[in-house]
Design a binder for this molecule. Structure first.
Ligand SMILES: Cc1ncc(COP(=O)(O)O)c(C=O)c1O
Length: 392
C-alpha cells in the first residue's frame, strides 16, 4: 500500500512490537554497545551501512527510527541524521567534494551555507561560483567546469523565496556529470525531491519536524546505494552525531506536522494576502503568489506551502522605521529560525549577502514566520505595527 502523507507521518519509524509494545520508539542513549564475543564484535563492524547498533556514534534504534521516517517522507531510500540543519549541508558537501573540485551555489542560498563555501571549502581548495537562482539551464551551462561536482539548490531561496526549476537543473547537472543537492527545508512534506531528479536532499529538522523551537537537528536523504555509501561514510568519518533526545522530539513532532503545516500554510496565506493590500507594503515574497519569481515551478512541483514568507516595504520607509515597527509588535517574537508553533519576525535587508547581482528589491525587507496563534490576533498586531510605520 502506498501510504498518503498523513498516514506516513503517523506510522513512519514506529514498531511497537520492537519497542516493548509502546506506541513511540523510546529514547536510547549510549556509547558502548556490548557484544557476545570478540568474533561477534568483529562481525558487526561490517554493518556500518545498515541500521545496526555497532557503537553509539554510528547511531542507535532512536536514530534509526527517525531516519526511516524521514527517508519515507522524503521518498528516498536512506537518511542520515545530523547534529543540526547546517551540518546536514556541510556533512554531505565534505563527503562528496575533494580538493580541486568546483560547485555551483544559488545566490539566494542560506547565509551559513555561503560562509561554509567561502571559508572552509575555499581553504580546502574547493571553489564556489554563485549563480542567479532563476537562471535557465542554458544560462547555467556555461558556468559548469570540467571539475564541477555539485549543483547546489535551495528552493525557495532564503529570505527572497525564488522557486527553482529543479527537474531542469537536475537534468543539466546529470548531463554534465554533477550531483544535484537541494536544501528542501521549506518544501518539507510539499516537495518530493527524488521524483524531481534530486540526488541529495537536505532537511533542517529544527524547523517543522521539531515544530516547537526546542531542538537543533538535521537529516540528509539519498535514493541510491551509491549515494548512501558516499553519505554514510562521510558522516562516520566526520564523527557526525545527533542527540537521541532531539531525535525522539523530532519523531514526536512529525506525528502532528501535517496539521500544523496546513494551519500555518492557511494562516500564512491569509496574512500575506492581507499585507499585500496594505499601502505600506511594496510586495510579498511568497512562492504561492504569482508575483514570486518561479511561481510557475511552485504550482507545477509543490503540493502546498509553509508559513514562512517575506515582505518588501515601500521604499519611503527606512531601516530604522522597520526596526521601530518590529520592536512594536506584541505577538511576533524577534528571533532566528522558523517552523515552530509561534510567530516570529526578522528584518532581513542587512543580513542578505549576494554576489551574483540578484536579490535586490525596492525597499526594506522582513521575514515572517506565522505560528499557530489566532490569525485575527496576528493581523490586529500587524495592523498596529503598520501604524507605527506610518507614524515614522
Ligand atoms: C533553509 C535553511 N537550511 C538550513 C538551516 C539550518 O538549520 P539549523 O538551524 O538546524 O542549523 C536553516 C536555518 O534557519 C535554514 O533556514
Amino acid at each position: 500500500m502506498v501510504k498518503k502523507i498523513e498516514t506516513a507521518l503517523v506510522h513512519a519509524g514506529r514498531k511497537p512490537t520492537r519497542d516493548y509494545g509502546f506506541v513511540n520508539p523510546p529514547v536510547v542513549r549510549g556509547s558502548t554497545v556490548l557484544h557476545k564475543s570478540v568474533a561477534a564484535k568483529a562481525e558487526i563492524g561490517r554493518y556500518q551501512f545498515e541500521p545496526v547498533e555497532i557503537y553509539g556514534l554510528c547511531g542507535n534504534s532512536t536514530h534509526f527510527a527517525l531516519e526511516a521516517a524521514i527517508a519515507e517522507i522524503e521518498g528516498g531510500s536512506h537518511a542520515q541524521v545530523t547534529g543540526s540543519g547546517l551540518s546536514a549541508i556541510t556533512v554531505p558537501l565534505l563527503a562528496y567534494l575533494k580538493s580541486g573540485d568546483h560547485l555551483l551555489v544559488p545566490d539566494s542560498v542560506y547565509g551559513p551555507t555561503r560562509s561554509f563555501c567561502d571559508r572552509m571549502l575555499r581553504r580546502y581548495g574547493i571553489a564556489t561560483t554563485y549563480y542567479d537562482p532563476m537562471a535557465r539551464p542554458e544560462d547555467l551551462r556555461p558556468l559548469f567546469q570540467a571539475n564541477t561536482r555539485i549543483l547546489f539548490t535551495e528552493s525557495p531561496g532564503s529570505h527572497t523565496f525564488e522557486v527553482q526549476d529543479i527537474p531542469a537543473l537536475a537534468a543539466l547537472a546529470h548531463e554534465l556529470g554533477a550531483k544535484l543537492f537541494l536544501d528542501n527545508t521549506w518544501g518539507i512534506h510539499h516537495f518530493q525531491p527524488f521524483t524531481h531528479g534530486v540526488d541529495v536532499s537536505i532537511q533542517a529538522l529544527t524547523k517543522y519536524p521539531g515544530g516547537h523551537s526546542d531542538i537543533i537537528l538535521g537529516a540528509v536523504v539519498v535514493n541510491s546505494e551509491a549515494d548512501w555509501h558516499w553519505l554514510r561514510l562521510g558522516a562516520l568519518e566526520l564523527g557526525n552525531y545527533a542527540s537521541p533526545d532531539d531525535c525522539w522530539l523530532a519523531l514526536r513532532g512529525l506525528r502532528t506536522m501535517h496539521v500544523r503545516l496546513k494551519a500555518q500554510e492557511a494562516a500564512g496565506l491569509r496574512i500575506a494576502q492581507w499585507l499585500e493590500q496594505r499601502p505600506e507594503v511594496a510586495r510579498i515574497l511568497h512562492p504561492a503568489f504569482p508575483s514570486c519569481p518561479g511561481h510557475e515551478f511552485f504550482v507545477r512541483d509543490f503540493t502546498g506551502a509553509c508559513g514562512l514568507f517575506g515582505i518588501v516595504f515601500q521604499p519611503r520607509y527606512t531601516a530604522a522605521d522597520v526596526v521601530r515597527m518590529i520592536d512594536g509588535l506584541k505577538l511576533f517574537g524577534i528571533g532566528a529560525s522558523w517552523g515552530g508553533y509561534e510567530s516570529l519576525v526578522l528584518p532581513t535587508t542587512g543580513t542578505i549577502r549576494r554576489s551574483a547581482g540578484t536579490g535586490m528589491f525596492e525597499g526594506e525587507m522582513a521575514r515572517l514566520q506565522i505560528g499557530l496563534e489566532n490569525t485575527d490576533d496576528l493581523i490586529e498586531d500587524l495592523e498596529q505595527g503598520l501604524g507605527i510605520l506610518r507614524a515614522a
